[in-house]
Design a protein around this ligand. Structure first.
Ligand code: GDP
Length: 327
């Protein structure tokens, strides 16, 4: 293809995309990666990212919002690319001192990261909503897209395990997700915000990121009326599988599927989202196809190792969706 054709294709892609509103439902690591890829193509004013806050908790007197921060740091270009969470160029002096003084050190908070938690806790105590805090922090980090907590009210996820009920971070970080999961509990009376319902009602493409369906996406869908809105949306709803080659790229998704009696396949993820999605994106390494007759499918390389992968995957998904919308 000539350089001129490539440039024309690029400008055609950008022009078509200029009118399209995109909303992403995201957890932490997997959610942040695809959200960052999408942010490389969609205009910031056309992009909303609704983030799981079921993992949020109070620790050392601070309000910690792990998924919001993971997405924010990656979009701001200050994320630690090795861990997938936290800041690059981080130092650990405060945490070292917490440990030396006999404080809880099982949840690692770096010095730069602590700056975020201190500021958030201060602003919340001053009366700002979590949405307002997120808006402020994103402004400072130079993020134009709307990074929206799923709710301004706490909505903690509880994990029922073979060792009893555990708060999410106790199970996930302190116990390294080893206790077997029997059930996941979400609070029943939490509402979302007007910012989220407004974003959903005007979206043309809704992307369910390859986040953990059970502890990152379900907590979002459980906040009233997000699941109801997603089910009824005229928008194209697309989900990306977090399972590649029959395994989770990171974290407990595959182990949880086994424990909940599901086959560890991409198709099982597609079935889990049955009734919500129009298009399912799975990895070329997985040969299975969902057996939902009305579901559109797309197979591609969904592993996002660097920013180039994130951008390519996002572009492929957006192109596919726009072609369907224009039909
Ligand atoms: P957490 O809240 O930090 O656990 O993050 P998420 O729920 O957003 O992401 C965890 C999920 O992302 C895991 O189930 C991974 O399999 C999935 N994941 C992480 N990186 C990738 C990737 O590059 N491609 C795909 N398809 N899935 C990924």
């Amino acid at each position: 293809m000539s350089v001129r054709n490539t440039a024309r294709d690029e400008s055609h892609f950008r022009n078509r995309l200029a009118e399209i509103q995109v909303t992403v439902l995201a957890g932490g690591v997997g959610g942040a990666k695809l959200a960052d890829g999408i942010a490389q193509h969609v205009r910031p004013e056309n992009l909303s990212i609704v983030v799981n806050t079921g993992d949020d908790f109070d620790h050392l007197g601070l309000r910690i919002c792990p998924d919001l921060d993971t997405v924010m740091y990656l979009l701001a270009g200050v994320a630690n690319s090795e861990t997938g969470w936290g800041r690059s160029g981080e130092s650990w002096r405060a945490m070292g001192e917490v440990k030396r003084l006999g404080g809880p050190d099982w949840f690692a908070l770096g010095d730069l990261d602590l700056g975020t938690h201190l500021t958030r806790t201060h602003l919340l105590a001053d009366g700002l909503s979590l949405t307002g805090v997120s808006h402020h922090l994103c402004d400072v980090f130079g993020i134009g897209a709307d990074l929206l907590p799923m709710s301004d009210r706490p909505a903690p996820t509880v994990i029922v395990t073979d060792e009893g009920q555990l708060a999410f971070q106790t199970w996930f970080v302190e116990r390294q997700w080893q206790p077997a999961v029997k059930e996941i509990l979400f609070p029943q009376d939490v509402r979302t915000t007007t910012q989220v319902t407004t974003a959903l009602s005007k979206t043309h493409i809704l992307v369910i990121a390859p986040s953990n369906p059970f502890v990152s996406i379900d907590p979002i869908l459980n906040v009233y009326p997000i699941r109801e809105m997603v089910t009824d949306l005229p928008a194209m709803v697309v989900a990306v599988s977090p399972i590649i080659a029959g395994k989770a790229v990171k974290g407990p998704a595959a182990k949880m599927m086994q424990e909940m009696g599901m086959p560890v396949t991409s198709s099982a993820i597609a079935s889990y989202y049955d009734g919500l999605i129009d298009l399912f994106v799975s990895d070329v390494r997985d040969e299975d196809f969902p057996d939902q007759p009305d579901l559109l499918t797309m197979k591609t390389d969904t592993l996002m190792v660097d920013q180039g992968d994130r951008s390519r995957l996002a572009r492929e998904i957006l192109t596919f969706c726009m072609e369907l919308i224009e039909k």
